[in-house]
Design a protein around this ligand. Structure first.
Ligand SMILES: [Fe+2]
Ligand SMILES: [Fe+2]
Length: 184
């Protein structure tokens, strides 16, 4: 990698390099788009948030199942290439590291990650309806913790669940880029 702030193009290349054309790469691109859409409501930089979403799972395969290192390894790789709060958000996105952050970017990364998981497992249409009706607990199934990660976080930051439904309705379906469903 060259020096300076990580660009979107570099972030995209890193995702392809580290995650290949896997569902995890599609998930990462999707989380990037959710973050980009969330940023304006939090008075944050949409491009930076997109990049953070894109690279948050970069070490997903590299940690080889040691989830206590997930996000920490990625943040080491990206040291000096992203601002401190961005590295912190990546380090704190998975509770299994024990790293915690209440900063807005970190909280929204956990929300975006959770929303991507719910969208993938419960389906887009059900997720939109549950967000609009404020009944996330009816679709979280084996992942009841998503109610707090999505609903609790949204409330704490003044983000309406209905606005998450609107955001989701405008995003491409999660899938491989050659599936025709992801925006370029
Ligand atoms: Fe992760
Ligand atoms: Fe993730």
């Amino acid at each position: 990698m060259t020096g300076g702030r990580l660009s979107l193009a570099e972030a995209e290349r890193l995702v392809t390099e580290r995650l290949g054309e896997t569902p995890r790469a599609a998930h990462s691109r999707f989380v990037g788009l959710v973050m980009q859409q969330l940023a304006p409501a939090l008075d944050a930089d949409p491009l930076l948030w997109r990049i953070v979403g894109l690279v948050h799972d970069l070490d997903y395969f590299a940690v080889a199942g040691d989830w206590s290192r997930h996000g920490l390894v990625a943040s080491e790789w990206l040291a000096g290439r992203l601002p401190r709060d961005a590295l912190e958000a990546i380090m704190a996105h998975d509770h299994r590291t024990g790293v915690q952050s209440a900063a807005a970017m970190a909280e929204m990364l956990r929300l975006a990650d959770g929303l991507a998981v719910l969208d993938e497992h419960a389906g887009r249409d059900r997720t939109i309806v549950a967000l609009r009706e404020g009944v996330l607990e009816t679709i979280t199934g084996s992942r009841p913790f998503l109610v707090e990660i999505i609903g609790g976080t949204a409330v704490r930051h003044g983000v309406a669940l209905s606005s998450l439904a609107t955001l989701l309705a405008d995003l491409p379906r999660q899938g491989p880029p050659d599936g025709g469903s992801m925006a370029p």
